[in-house]
Design a protein. Structure first.
Length: 448
């Protein structure tokens, strides 16, 4: 039995580690990979027990990871998936076949890490502990493959102790500039650091200059091949459908027509192209069209343009940077409502609310309920409210996310729309409120 008497005790130990998700470090204080490499050695290099697909990108990596997991599963593999952050339970970050790690196994692996940590040259961070827990548990349960999502960046991320046979870079835009650097070129270079010798790099970015830089880094790292969206693979047709998008996809090995991706937003077609290319590269062979259809049909990504209520229509989206909010703004065009549209927005410190709220206003949302997420990094709600007023929006300031959701529903009325965004912390709190309510089915936009 584990030394911890319960998962609660184990999580108290886990939360005693520095958490860079709550307190963002500067580049100077970022950890190196030294601790992770030392830990992996002491654990017996569990990350080498299975092949892995490694994913990074400013936006879309979580959705793409879910798609890759589903496609591998549809081919009959037992798949371990490591993602971050979590919406409700930290167990969600470590899963097998879509099911989060059970409490006993999680407690057990954290106990093992607690014993080993005292022998390390330096104390681990919380993210390093979780990464090691996932990689170790995947070896324990003998997964056939792992899908591993980067936390931040790539080169110095704790996940970069794996040697992915496929490295996916969905896109590059401004985010975490205090850690990754102020330029897109610097961010792209950092993310491309996950490419390893002999791997296939799958690049979803569309900017030719950034693609050239990523290609140079990948080839310099010894990548066997570099596949670029628009060249080796693509989404050639992307149409609104009941329950999501109907897409045509092509890869180096095949073309797939009328594939239903049960996620909202045109950008999910691009993510689907990256995911399918990554899985084809993994198998070094095209997939059977039936496997592709079955795999995508399994995909679910909570908190990403997720419909969690109908009267009013309530949508959760984890957009937390300017690029993400722009994507959200475009995607809202797919949701037709007769009534008032209201946004609930809370942000973390370091976000520019003026830049973030411009696309929200451009989407036709004229009312905003400002709130603050429950986080040490929370930006005061009044800062968000000020930016909303500057954008010409009607503003209400709420004392909590729960209050903000309730106020927004009242303002929208039964025929309106409530969209909740700005931070995954806000989305998680709102989801806990909305999903627990009975009679709130998730479904397609009204009128489609």
């Amino acid at each position: 039995m584990p030394a911890f008497t319960s998962l609660k005790d184990a999580l108290v130990w886990l939360d005693g580690h520095i958490d860079f998700e709550s307190t963002v470090p500067s580049r100077r204080s970022l950890p190196t990979l030294d601790r992770m490499c030392e830990l992996m050695t002491m654990l017996g290099e569990p990350q080498r027990a299975y092949p892995a697909i490694h994913l990074t990108g400013t936006n879309g990596k979580g959705s793409t990871a879910a798609m890759v997991t589903a496609l591998l599963g549809a081919r009959g593999l037992s798949v371990g998936t490591y993602t971050s952050p979590n919406l409700e339970s930290v167990n969600e970050r470590i899963s097998r076949a879509g099911a989060p790690i059970d409490d006993f196994s999680f407690t057990e692996v954290l106990h093992l890490l607690s014993l080993i940590e005292s022998s390390l040259s330096d104390r681990l961070t919380r993210f390093e502990v979780l990464t090691a827990a996932g990689l170790s548990w995947f070896a324990d349960v003998a997964v056939d493959a792992a899908v591993v999502e980067v936390g931040v960046g790539g080169t110095w991320d704790a996940t970069n102790v794996i040697d992915g046979v496929v490295a996916v870079l969905t896109n590059v835009s401004y985010d975490h500039t205090d850690i990754l650097g102020p330029t897109l070129e610097g961010i792209a270079r950092d993310k491309a650091g996950i490419v390893k010798p002999g791997s296939v790099a799958v690049v979803g970015e569309g900017d030719p200059d950034l693609v050239a830089l990523i290609r140079s880094v990948a080839e310099g790292a010894g990548a066997a091949q570099v596949w670029v969206r628009g060249e080796e693979f693509d989404c050639t047709s992307n149409r609104l459908a009941i329950g999501g998008r109907l897409v045509d996809l092509r890869t180096p090995g095949a073309a797939y027509h009328d594939v239903l991706v049960p996620l909202h937003g045109e950008h999910q077609g691009l993510n689907a192209a990256c995911a399918l290319a990554a899985v084809e590269a993994f198998f070094e062979d095209p997939l059977d069209p039936e496997v592709v259809a079955e795999g995508f049909a399994r995909v679910s990504v909570p908190g990403r343009l997720e419909v969690v209520g109908r009267r009013p229509l309530c949508i959760l989206d984890g957009a937390h940077n300017v690029a993400g909010v722009r994507v959200l703004s475009r995607a809202l065009q797919d949701f037709a409502v007769a009534g008032r549209s209201v946004a609930v927005v809370g942000m973390l410190a370091g976000r520019d609310p003026f830049a973030m709220l411009g696309p929200v206003a451009a989407a036709g949302i004229r009312t905003l309920v400002a709130c603050a997420p429950v986080s040490p990094r929370a930006q005061p709600a009044e800062g968000v409210a000020e930016a909303a007023r500057a954008a010409g929006m009607e503003v209400v300031v709420a004392g909590s996310v729960g209050e903000a959701v309730s106020v927004a529903q009242g303002l929208a009325g039964e025929d309106g729309l409530v969209v909740i965004a700005g931070s995954l912390y806000v989305v998680a709190e709102a989801r806990a409120v909305l999903v627990e309510r009975p009679g709130q089915p998730t479904s397609a936009p009204p009128g489609h």
